[in-house]
Design a protein. Structure first.
Length: 600
């Protein structure tokens, strides 16, 4: 019920969900409806935090109360046959029954009454706030049993006000007072907090997202307190003549003393620069989809130039944020560069992404990441920024890994690649043709970590690589992936020209899930070709041990040839084979007799 009230209709968790994203979701769900509305809903909160594996379906537009044009003003009725309770406000009477039956008409009459009864120093919205507060107190005092119904109707009447008055009343006065209280509670050092005409843009709150329950809650809070009288308007300024010695005063101000410069520096450092940057970034993001004129079939050169100008400001702002190491805001800006726009604008966005995702900037971000403490907010924000540039960051990390000589640094890069590169299998598969064997070996290791069928296809392409160390890495990767397909591919390495690779393949088959009858046949064929000599002794014994784990009755019958000791051959070489064969036959018999392991 709480989630439904907050507008949540469906939660979808996708593959790849991690603990950080789940924590972001729980923190967002813990917000009140008012706080969630300030941040434009839970979807916007999760998008800003980079939770890409959680999708939220929120209340549709049909659940949002939209403002309608007020009906024609009619004379106020002060009596009649219906027994409706009258509410007296500032010497005028409004029928309280009209509040539930006709909220829009009630709001129109409240607006008319505010315009007629306001003081010279008051705006209409100031007077509206006083009238709505007085109405709310009267409801609490005389109709507590119908409190919820009446406050909901009161909120609907506020939403039905004429557009300019509605936005200034709800956004500027009701939400403005709430923001001022929040700022005083969280930032006691602020001396003032003044909502302005740009309130919605700066806070991410838009008027079409207001709902009756939200406004009703604001009206309840507002009714519980009294409104201070409005200050006299600032336009009533006293005019004084310009002093005759003004030029002398200006000359004295032309140069600052060291103390004055230090004071200005301190003032600058105490400013809310981060808030200004965030407001500027959000404003530019908001402007991106608005450049296109919907009345024109295609953008003309003027619109393209305007769009390019907005993107250029975004580029400059992103460059500054990266220098400041503000990766949280930088991530928001990079995601904005990937929004869907008119095809004529796409080349400009692609150019901006390429500029932002240059090798030097990504390398600097990775260097910063290594300096941050694990699990720190700075580490998570920098990592989230690199995640938004997943493909570009994967390319840079591959190059860094190939060139790095320090073992700790290589381990760090490899760990990042296994996470960032898991969705870039095509990119890494394209780089398997690189001439640097160590570069290819790193890619094979990362592909094996993905444990996907797509990765198996690329591993098969390098199964015949001329460098033995790459073939060894492929065998190791196939052994870790497991499964029937990997086991079948691993049998091909039993014919490798290098004994070390053959041994790795035999041992991999012995431990691999998915190896069965077909792989056992490949091992018996491998043993058929082994000769009785010291060079091939180790591979023969390991193959017999592998058959003990994956072989069936056919393998047991085959191994009987190693039990008999031939006097004309070396007993020293035959003894280890005989012992291994006897144990293998016994193990196969136990497994077959008790159901044991399935054979393919």
């Amino acid at each position: 019920q709480d989630l439904f009230t907050k507008g949540v209709r469906e939660l979808v968790f996708q593959n790849g969900l991690n603990r950080v994203e789940l924590l972001d979701l729980l923190q967002a769900l813990a917000l009140t409806s008012e706080e969630m509305a300030m941040k434009s809903g839970i979807s916007s909160i999760l998008w800003e935090r980079g939770a890409a594996h959680i999708k939220v379906t929120e209340a549709g537009l049909d659940e949002i109360i939209t403002a309608q044009a007020p009906p024609e003003k009619r004379p106020l009725v002060r009596g009649g046959e219906t027994a409706q309770e009258e509410q007296s406000i500032a010497g005028r009477s409004l029928l309280l029954g009209d509040l539930t039956t006709d909220p829009a008409g009630f709001g129109a009459r409240m607006l008319d009454l505010a315009g007629q009864s306001r003081l010279a120093t008051e705006t209409i919205e100031d007077r509206l706030l006083s009238l709505y507060q007085e109405t709310g107190r009267k409801i609490d005092r005389e109709n507590p049993e119908q409190r919820e119904v009446l406050f909901t109707a009161l909120a609907q009447s506020a939403l039905a006000l004429e557009t300019p008055h509605r936005e200034r009343f709800i956004g500027g006065r009701l939400y403005g007072d709430l923001d001022a209280e929040t700022a005083n509670e969280q930032k006691a050092e602020l001396e003032e907090h003044l909502p302005s005409e740009f309130h919605e843009i700066l806070t991410g709150r838009f008027s079409q997202a207001w709902t009756a329950p939200q406004v009703a809650t604001l009206l309840k809070k507002s009714s519980a307190k009294t409104t201070a009288p409005s200050p006299p308007p600032r336009r009533t300024l006293e005019i004084v003549p310009v002093p005759e010695d003004l030029s002398v005063l200006v000359a004295d101000l032309a140069e600052y003393t060291p103390d004055e410069l230090e004071a200005l520096k301190n003032l600058n450092q105490a400013g809310m620069e981060s808030d200004i940057l965030e407001a500027a970034l959000r404003t530019l993001i908001f402007l991106l989809p608005l450049v296109k004129n919907p009345l024109r079939p295609a953008p003309d050169e003027k619109e393209i130039n305007l769009f390019s100008g907005v993107v250029r400001q975004l580029e400059d702002l992103l460059s500054y944020l990266l220098r400041k190491k503000d990766y949280a805001l930088a991530s928001l800006g990079v995601r904005a560069l990937r929004v869907s726009v008119h095809p004529a604008f796409e080349p400009r966005l692609a150019e901006a992404v390429k500029k932002t995702a240059s090798k030097s900037s990504i390398t600097a971000s990775i260097t910063d990441l290594r300096t941050f403490a694990r699990e720190s907010p700075e580490y998570h924000s920098a990592y989230a920024y690199l995640t938004t540039l997943e493909r570009e960051a994967t390319e840079v990390l591959l190059e860094l890994l190939a060139e790095e000589t320090s073992r700790p640094a290589r381990e760090f890069f490899l760990e990042m690649l296994k996470d960032l590169g898991k969705n870039q299998i095509m990119l890494m598969g394209e780089r398997l043709t690189d001439e640097r064997w160590y570069f290819v070996r790193n890619i094979v290791s990362i592909l094996a970590e993905t444990k996907t069928d797509h990765a198996l296809q690329f591993l098969q392409k390098v199964a015949d690589h001329k460098n033995m160390r790459i073939r060894q890495e492929v065998v190791k990767g196939l052994s870790s992936i497991g499964g029937k397909k990997a086991a079948g591919l691993l049998t091909k390495f039993l014919k490798d020209q290098e004994t070390e690779v053959q041994l790795m393949a035999v041992r991999g088959l012995a431990e691999m899930e998915g190896a069965g009858r077909e792989e056992a046949k490949a091992l018996t064929a491998f043993l058929e070709e082994r000769k009785l000599n010291a060079k091939e002794q180790e591979a023969t014994v390991e193959a017999i041990k592998a058959l003990a784990k994956i072989g069936g009755p056919e393998a047991s019958e085959f191994l009987k040839r190693y039990i008999r000791v031939r006097w004309w051959r070396s007993r020293k070489l035959q003894a280890p084979r005989r012992v291994a064969a006897l144990r293998a036959i016994e193990e196969i018999g136990k497994r077959e007799g008790h159901g044991g392991r399935a054979l393919g």
